[in-house]
Design a protein around this ligand. Structure first.
Ligand code: ADP
Ligand code: MG
Length: 188
């Protein structure tokens, strides 16, 4: 169960020219790879079908690790490949398909139309997108922006809701007993 995992928010480094609001959680420290997997698994319980997530962060920031945790949280037991060359990898669950995009090598807008990627964004899918900025306006507005950042040898993660669905999911993340909520109350 994902609830067993403790994510300690006390050690977080405040980032901050960003205002804290209901849409934004303070950065959460991810001490090791297991913590990144854990937060991905927690998030998988808070995202509903139709959800679109932009995963921001440098190479090695933990975007694919987070996605692996997300898929494991939904019960996926197999290997999660980084879709750097294929651009997208689908994972099918009962009535849900999770599409994991890595658009780092995306260059061709025509390819986007030709491949039918647009249809992957639908009411029965969840799309997690690494390097969304590479496809720019071709992508729909995300429900959530997730930022992963290096912090020495560790990582930090920050959630920013961008739609009502995203806000609902953020509220649900906060309800997870393992994530401390105290820090969130400080508003700018
Ligand atoms: P990205 O997809 O952003 O390029 P990856 O998820 O492939 O990054 O992660 C790169 C490396 O970072 C992996 O070796 C992974 O084990 C490591 N890693 C992930 N999360 C953490 C963490 N919280 N602390 C330290 N290393 C981490
Ligand atoms: Mg990656």
């Amino acid at each position: 169960m994902v609830n067993d995992i403790t994510l300690d928010q006390n050690n977080t480094v405040p980032d901050n020219n960003l205002n804290l609001s209901d849409n934004l959680l303070k950065p959460i420290l991810l001490a090791d790879e297991a913590a990144t997997l854990a937060v991905g698994a927690i998030f998988s319980q808070c995202a509903t079908a139709g959800f679109v997530v932009f995963l921001h962060g440098d190479l090695g920031a933990g975007k694919t690790t987070f996605t692996r945790g997300f898929l494991q949280g939904l019960g996926f037991k197999g290997k999660v490949k980084s879709p750097t060359y294929t651009l997208v990898e689908p994972y099918t669950f009962n009535d849900l398909t999770v599409y994991h995009f890595d658009l780092y090598r995306f260059i061709d807008e025509e390819e986007w139309e030709a491949t039918g990627f647009r249809e992957y964004f639908n009411a029965n899918s969840i799309c997690l997108i690494e390097w969304p900025e590479k496809a720019g306006y071709l992508l729909p507005e995300p429900d959530m922006h997730i930022h992963l950042m290096h912090d020495g040898l560790q990582r930090k993660i920050q959630f920013l809701a961008n739609t009502t669905l995203g806000e609902q999911s953020l509220a649900s993340i906060l309800k997870q007993t393992s994530i401390k909520t105290d820090d969130k109350t400080q508003s700018a």
